[in-house]
Ligand binder design. Structure first.
Ligand code: 13P
Ligand code: SF4
Length: 350
């Protein structure tokens, strides 16, 4: 576990991190991208960290890859690339800088390391896990294979490197239905997200899909009644859900898709009122780009994603600690599964 008391003392010895109205004003172009969700006094607290990280990033030759669930100060203030899991994986293959700082959860950093093994991939907090990644091991994949001999194993990228290495191919929420539909054979094993698997089953009726019993603790907390209540309270509300939600929740939504597809949908449709049935920061991050849209709750917070803070990013770049390592033999096999997904995704997109 990170020793935040010592980390703070060490950072304060090297950087002026006291709140600064002057710096906040100088960096008002960055604040303008999150003005609706970050009051100026909060920005005056964040700005010294953002300035220090951006300076250090240049000195270290680092790039920051950030998931769409990062808080707005990270998403708008320090990220070089933002995106969903598929976009971040593809971007990781293209990084030329020596250092990648992964602002997301551990499996994302592992994926970057697997795809670009010569780079140093820093994870600002190693404890940023994922309930899905923690739900299955390579042994679980072996059990599924024994139960359904000959069936292809499609594992969500929200898995450890060992699980990817034991799978035939990966998928993300962006491409799961297309990947499953393209698999040979009648039966396809999907791990570890039972809800994503059931949502894909509805889209790909020609396959018999069997699944592992994992779930995302953020998305499985939404209920169909939550969605019906919000529709009743806010006439005209458009509801956009993530496919990690249970199928009865997805059925109540106007659209379901990956975090990138959710952002695209809002941009294309510009509804007057929208409810994003996903992690809280999504609405915050796109709020200023869509001033005409009123974003309504509820939203759930991912405790793992929220472990990544400006302070921890600054520490990882300052100390160059928290490098993610993946056993070379495991990485080689996991890379096959991730690269197959990237190649098939590209091929299917035409
Ligand atoms: P996507 O960004 O790929 O939709 O994934 C959502 C998620 O839960 C990542 O942990
Ligand atoms: Fe895992 Fe869900 Fe958090 Fe994504 S939102 S990291 S799937 S627990």
């Amino acid at each position: 576990m990170l020793d935040l008391t010592n980390i703070r003392a060490e950072l304060e010895a090297h950087y002026d991190l006291s709140p600064s109205v002057e710096l906040a004003q100088q960096m008002s172009d960055i604040h303008a991208r999150m003005d609706r969700v970050m009051p100026f006094p909060d920005w005056a607290v964040a700005a010294p960290y953002v300035a220090a990280i951006n300076r250090l990033k240049a000195e270290r030759g680092a790039v920051i890859l950030a998931h769409n669930y990062m808080t707005p100060d990270i998403y708008h203030g320090i990220a070089d690339v933002v995106g969903d899991s598929l976009q971040l994986a593809i971007e990781a293959t293209r990084v030329e800088a020596e250092v990648i700082v992964q602002c997301g959860v551990h499996f994302m950093a592992e994926t970057s390391k697997i795809l670009n093994p010569s780079k140093t991939v820093l994870m600002p907090d190693m404890e940023a896990g994922c309930s899905l990644a923690e739900s299955i091991t390579a042994e679980g994949i072996a059990q599924m294979r024994a139960q359904y001999p000959g069936a292809m194993v499609v594992s969500y990228v929200n898995t450890t490197a060992e699980v990817k290495a034991a799978s035939d191919i990966c998928c993300t929420s962006s491409n799961a239905a297309q990947i499953v539909a393209a698999m040979p054979g009648d039966t396809v094993i999907m791990t570890p997200d039972k809800w994503l698997a059931q949502n894909v089953a509805a889209q790909v009726p020609q396959k018999r899909i069997v699944w592992w019993d994992g779930a995302c603790i953020v998305h499985e907390r939404f209920t169909p009644q939550d969605l019906r209540d919000f529709r009743e309270w806010h006439p005209g509300l458009k509801i956009i859900a993530h496919p990690e939600c249970p199928p009865d929740v997805v059925a109540e939504a106007d659209f379901a898709g990956s975090t990138k597809h959710i952002i695209d949908w809002v941009g294309d449709h510009r509804p007057a009122k929208a409810m994003l049935v996903t992690e809280c920061s999504m609405a915050s991050n796109i709020s200023d780009a869509h001033p005409e849209v009123e974003f309504l709750g509820p939203c759930n917070m991912c405790p793992y994603m929220k472990k990544i803070t400006l302070e921890k990013v600054l520490w990882s770049l300052h100390s160059m600690t928290g490098a993610v390592e993946v056993d070379a033999a495991v990485a080689d096999r996991a890379r096959l599964a991730v690269q197959r997904m990237i190649d098939l995704s590209r091929q299917l997109a035409g």
